[in-house]
Write a protein that binds this ligand. Structure first.
Ligand SMILES: [Zn+2]
Length: 603
C-alpha cells in the first residue's frame, strides 16, 4: 500500500483567545467524499468528553477549490467528493487546565492529540507527520514530547518543525508541551528520561527530583525485565517524558505509551535549600510511580477490548481492577522497593487505602469488576451519594492485588508471587504489543492467567473479592506476613458522620454516610448547617467544639438550610465509626525481619 503520510500542522495562534490553528492534508481523499472523526474520549480517562465541541471553525479545500464539509454526528464530518489533495483547516479552543485535553496561554501550550487531530476515515493506518509551528508572540518556546523528530527534514531536538508518528493511534498517544519549563534529564538503565515542569514553581530542586524518579524508573524496569533491563517505551520512542503542570492544588495524571501528563501541587515538590523534602512529596512520587507503571500495565498489557480502542464510544471492560488496581498496588510498593520511602511510610500509606475503602458502604454494593464495567457512568460521574453507592476499582482493586499477592505466596509456599503474574502478562501480551498483532487479556481470564504464571489456583479468591462484594480478610492475610492490622476511631468522641464542604463562613454536608448520625437524623447532602442545639456553626473546628460537649446516645437539634428553607432535625449522636486503620510490624517478629524491608511483608 502507498504510505504517503497524512500531514498535520499546528500553530498556537492566539494565546489570549486560547486558539490553536490546525490543518490536515490528505493526498488521496476518499473518492466518495472523505469522512473525518475526532475521538469522543481519551484512553486512560473513561468518560465520553466530546472533544469535538472545542472545534470552533472548520473549512475544507480540494485541489485549491472550496469543498463543503458537513457535521454528520457528534464526532464526525463528511466532505463532499473532491480532487486531492484535500486540505482541512480548523481552530481548536484550548482552555482546559487538565491532563486530558488542551491548554494554551501566553506562558505555555499543552495538548493531547485526541483534542486537536481529526482522524481520516479509512486511512488511520497511514503514517502521520506533524508540523509544529512557533507561536507568533514569542521566540523563546521549546517543544517537549515523546514524538520522534521526522527522519528527513525533521525538527531539531526540542525545536519547532516536523515530527512523525507511525499511524493515527500513535499520533494521539504522544502529548506535546511547549514553553519555557524547568527541565531535568536522567538515564535509567541507559534509556533517556526527561522531567518537564510547567507553571510557577520557584527554585524546584530538580536534581533531587531527578535522582528519586530515576530510582523509581530503574526499580520498575528491573521488575519487568530482570534480564535485559530494557525500558518498555523504546518500541515507540527514544525517550520518556514526564510533563508536569504545577499549580496550587493540582493532582492527577494520564498515562501514554512513552510519556505521561501530570498535575502536581506546588507544596508537594522539594525546593532548593530544603534539608528535608515536604512530607507530601511522597504524593508526587506515588503519582510518578503509578503513571510509569502504566507504561507496561495498560499501555502494552491491555484488556482485549482496548486492542484496539474504539474511540467513538464507551469501551466496557470488567478488568480495570487489574489495570488500575494492580497499578495502584505497585505504585507505592515500588517507592518502597526503590527505597525512596521507608517501611513505616509504606504501611502508613497502605493503612490509609484500607481505611478509605472501609469508610464507604458502596463497597458492599458493587464489586470491583462491576465498578470497572460501569466506570463510564458511575466512577467517572461521581456525585454526593457515590461513597454509599460504589467502590473504587483503584483502591479496592489495590487491596485485591495485595490479597492475591499474599494468597499466591501462601499457596505456593513462597515460591511465587503477584510479581510473577505481572511478568508473565508482560512477556505474553505486552512486550510485543506495538510490533505484532495487538492482543489483550480476555475478560474473566485472570484466574487462568494466575494459574499459568504460578500454578496456583486462585479462582475462589478472585470470584469472592473481585467479582463478589465481600470485604477482604486483610487482618488475617497481613498477619501471615508479620503485620498486625487494628482499627481505631478517628478523632472526637461523637460525630455527624458526614463529609463536610467548608467555605468561608459556611459548613455544608457534602456526603451523608449511610447509617451514620446525620443519616439517621434525616440530614441530607447539600444541607447547610446553621446551628447545633442553638449554637451557630460557621466552620469545621467550631462544629467539633460544639459536639465535644456531647456523648454517644445524646440527641441534638440541628438547624439547616435546605435550599432556602430553614429546617430542624433531631439527630441521635453516635460514636465515630472505627474507620482508622493502623498497621504495625508485629512485635513478636524476629528483629532481623523488622529492619529489612525485603523480608517483612516479603513485598
Ligand atoms: Zn492509573
Amino acid at each position: 500500500m502507498d504510505k504517503t503520510p497524512i500531514l498535520y500542522s499546528l500553530t498556537p495562534a492566539d494565546p489570549a483567545a486560547h486558539l490553536f490553528h490546525v490543518s490536515l492534508t490528505v493526498d488521496q481523499p476518499d473518492e466518495a467524499g472523505q469522512k473525518l472523526w475526532l475521538p469522543a474520549w481519551i484512553p486512560g480517562s473513561y468518560l465520553v468528553r466530546d472533544f469535538s465541541r472545542q472545534i470552533i471553525t472548520i473549512e475544507a479545500q480540494g485541489n485549491g477549490e472550496g469543498v463543503t464539509i458537513t457535521k454528520t454526528g457528534n464526532h464526525t464530518w463528511q466532505c463532499d467528493p473532491c480532487q486531492g489533495p484535500l486540505r482541512v483547516e480548523y481552530t481548536v479552543y484550548a482552555w482546559d487546565l487538565s491532563v486530558r485535553s488542551a491548554h494554551f496561554d501566553e506562558t505555555h501550550a499543552f495538548f493531547n492529540g485526541t483534542s486537536v487531530f481529526l482522524a481520516v476515515s479509512g486511512q488511520e493506518d497511514r503514517p502521520c507527520q506533524l508540523q509544529l509551528l512557533a507561536p507568533p508572540h514569542t521566540k523563546d518556546w521549546k517543544v517537549y514530547t515523546s514524538l520522534r523528530e521526522a527522519r528527513t527534514d525533521g525538527a531539531a531536538r526540542h525545536g519547532f518543525g516536523l515530527y512523525e508518528a507511525e499511524n493515527y493511534d500513535a499520533l494521539i498517544d504522544h502529548p506535546v508541551e511547549m514553553g519555557v519549563p524547568q527541565v531535568a534529564r536522567f538515564e535509567a538503565h541507559g534509556a533517556e528520561h526527561e522531567l518537564v515542569f510547567t507553571g510557577v514553581a520557584p527554585n524546584l530542586d530538580m536534581d533531587r527530583i531527578a535522582a528519586d524518579v530515576k530510582k523509581i524508573c530503574e526499580a520498575q524496569i528491573e521488575f519487568f525485565e530482570p534480564d535485559t533491563k530494557r525500558a518498555p517505551f523504546l518500541d515507540s520512542s527514544d525517550r520518556y517524558v514526564f510533563m508536569t503542570m504545577v499549580t496550587g492544588d493540582g493532582y492527577g495524571g494520564l498515562e501514554h505509551r512513552s510519556s505521561t501528563a501530570l498535575m502536581a501541587a506546588r507544596k508537594d515538590l522539594p525546593t532548593l535549600g530544603q534539608e528535608k523534602a515536604p512530607s507530601s512529596y511522597e504524593t508526587f512520587l506515588g503519582l510518578v510511580s503509578h503513571e510509569y507503571f502504566h507504561t507496561w500495565n495498560v499501555k502494552r498489557i491491555k484488556p482485549a477490548v482496548f486492542a484496539p480502542y474504539d474511540l467513538m464510544r464507551e469501551n466496557h471492560t470488567r478488568l480495570l481492577w487489574v489495570f488500575e488496581g494492580f497499578t495502584s498496588y505497585y505504585d507505592d510498593l515500588m517507592l518502597l522497593r526503590a527505597q525512596v520511602i521507608s517501611l513505616d511510610d509504606y504501611l502508613r500509606l497502605l493503612s490509609k487505602v484500607i481505611g478509605g475503602v472501609h469508610r464507604t458502604s458502596g463497597r458492599l454494593k458493587q464489586s470491583v469488576a462491576e465498578s470497572s464495567f460501569d466506570t463510564w457512568t458511575r466512577f467517572y460521574k461521581q456525585d454526593e451519594n457515590s461513597p454509599n453507592a460504589l467502590v473504587s476499582y483503584y483502591s479496592k482493586g489495590s487491596l485485591v492485588a495485595l490479597g492475591l499477592d499474599i494468597t499466591i505466596r501462601e499457596r505456593s509456599g513462597d515460591k511465587y508471587s503477584l510479581d510473577d503474574v505481572m511478568r508473565y502478562m508482560w512477556n505474553r501480551y505486552g512486550r510485543d504489543f506495538y510490533q505484532g498483532a495487538p492482543r489483550g487479556i480476555n475478560e474473566d481470564s485472570m484466574a487462568d492467567i494466575v494459574r499459568e504464571a504460578t500454578g496456583v489456583d486462585t479462582s475462589d479468591f478472585i470470584q469472592r473479592y473481585a467479582y463478589g462484594r465481600e470485604d477482604l480478610p486483610l487482618a488475617q492475610l497481613l498477619d501471615t506476613q508479620g503485620v498486625e492490622l487494628t482499627w481505631a476511631s478517628a478523632g472526637s468522641t461523637v460525630s455527624l458522620d458526614a463529609r463536610l464542604k467548608v467555605t468561608p463562613g459556611q459548613v455544608e454536608l457534602a456526603t451523608v454516610f449511610e447509617g451514620g448520625a446525620a443519616h439517621r437524623g434525616g440530614l441530607s447532602a447539600g444541607d447547610v448547617l446553621v446551628a447545633v442545639d442553638g449554637l451557630r456553626v460557621s466552620d469545621a473546628l467550631g462544629l467539633e467544639h460544639i459536639l465535644r460537649a456531647y456523648k454517644a446516645g445524646d440527641t441534638v437539634q440541628v438547624h439547616v438550610f435546605r435550599r432556602d428553607e430553614l429546617r430542624q432535625f433531631t439527630v441521635p449522636l453516635s460514636p465515630p465509626p472505627n474507620s482508622e486503620c493502623r498497621l504495625a510490624v508485629k512485635k513478636t517478629s524476629a528483629p532481623e525481619l523488622v529492619d529489612t524491608t525485603e523480608e517483612v511483608l516479603a513485598l
